[in-house]
Ligand binder design. Structure first.
Ligand SMILES: [Zn+2]
Ligand SMILES: [Zn+2]
Length: 182
């Protein structure tokens, strides 16, 4: 068993309420499919919009999905799967609100997800610096733009990676769209 499978099986999906209104149990299968560890044995895209995240709110499974996405980055997954997990991570850290039930239990899901993503700081920096693909480097940099408390370090990496970062990251254009006021 690999890291990604370990992290997926560790979560209690059944007890979480998914954005679709049912149990979040199906997310375990969806995440395995994204990683290429499902019955297809190759990465196959599945959207978790309206299940885990939406442009306005996050649902209960979002922190668990954040942990799985970080485990995927630490694992040896196919390049397409890496990019999907980075996209997913970006969607959850950009979350603005918390679903009604979770909020009622005092949870702030966007804050929880950003707190988890900060723990994967060096995975994200590694993704930027490795320059495996310009898209992945840009997405990782934009996630750091949201969660990195040390802005001077982010700026330094922006300069070092200037040759391959997308123009929005290089110029700081995406900072304004992504920075979360805290
Ligand atoms: Zn669902
Ligand atoms: Zn950018």
């Amino acid at each position: 068993m690999r890291l990604i499978e370990m992290e997926i099986t560790r979560q209690d999906w059944k007890s979480m309420l998914c954005g679709c209104g049912g149990s979040a149990e199906h997310l375990a299968r969806d995440l395995l499919q994204l990683a290429g560890k499902g019955p297809l044995q190759r990465p196959s895209h599945v959207s978790l919009e309206e299940h885990v995240w939406s442009p306005v709110i996050l649902w209960e499974p979002a922190p668990a999905v954040t942990s799985v996405a970080l485990a995927a980055l630490a694992d040896d997954v196919a390049p397409t799967a890496r990019e999907w997990f980075l996209d997913l991570l970006q969607c959850v850290v950009a979350g603005e609100g918390t679903d009604w039930e979770s909020a009622g239990r005092g949870l702030d899901l966007p804050e929880l997800c950003r707190g988890l993503a900060v723990q994967g700081l060096w995975l994200l920096y590694e993704e930027v610096m490795s320059n495996r693909s310009p898209g992945a480097a840009g997405t990782a940099f934009e996630i750091l733009g949201v969660v990195e408390p040390d802005r001077a370090r982010l700026q330094r990496v922006r300069e070092i990676a200037a040759d391959w970062l997308p123009v929005c990251c290089r110029t700081g254009l995406c900072d304004d769209n992504l920075r979360v006021d805290r």
